[in-house]
Write a protein that binds this ligand. Sequence first.
Ligand SMILES: Nc1nc2c(ncn2[C@@H]2O[C@H](COP(=O)(O)OP(=O)(O)O)[C@@H](O)[C@H]2O)c(=O)[nH]1
Ligand SMILES: [Mg+2]
Length: 229
Amino acid sequence: MKNYRFQDIQSHIRRHGLLTPLDVLLVGGTGTGKSSTLNALFDSTVAKVGEGVTPETQHISAHSLHDYLRFHDSAGLGDGKENDLIHAKNITWELQKVCNTDYHLIDLTMVLLDGSSRDLGTAFQLLESVVLKVIEPQRVIVAINQADMAMKGRYWNARDHKPDSTLVSFLEEQAYSVQRRINESTGLTIDKPVYYSAKFNYNIQALVDHIIKHFPTSRRWIGNSTAIN
Ligand SMILES: Nc1nc2c(ncn2[C@@H]2O[C@H](COP(=O)(O)OP(=O)(O)O)[C@@H](O)[C@H]2O)c(=O)[nH]1
Ligand SMILES: [Mg+2]
């Protein structure tokens, strides 16, 4: 994906006088596929898959796709109450980081959900009580990974690495339902999530399109920090 829509990314940043690179923070429960998503975006192994993060070793690592776009992999939530608290603090801290005296480092946050999970409670909790407390909703996007497993692997076309029409309908409905649920619990309208499979490289272009579509049009001034309380 390094070359994908490079010019669009570059011209957006120049047109709006944004700081380079644009910084995107990935957040999501442990095992949602943050590392796998980074690997799919980079077409190579930049992050270790299937590795939980212990409180001693956790950190947020940065990966530059190129001069204009950089991703930050955060520790996941959902592996124990104590760790959750530490992770929540880490995410808050990362979102509040400044890159110079006037602007925050993170421009956009992408919350990843596990499309195969029945319980998206942890993810909504994270979104509501951590992310949206610190960053404006216009700077938050939601993406549903593991699209291949959304119906327990059924209706996934393993030969062509894409969903059959039954699974597409299911994923569409799931995306709308996530959008509705966020609206009900926060009152905020977030754009319909994109769904993809990091493992099978399905809809990765759509994922990048979704990110580009939601690029901010202004720098994140530190005076504008809080969204909702
Ligand atoms: N079936 C399927 N498995 C996935 C997908 N993305 C990640 N996984 C698996 O989910 C597990 C956790 O992935 P990882 O990227 O380490 O998640 P992280 O904890 O959020 O960084 C690993 O076993 C991955 O192989 C996907 O799109 N489809
Ligand atoms: Mg990981």
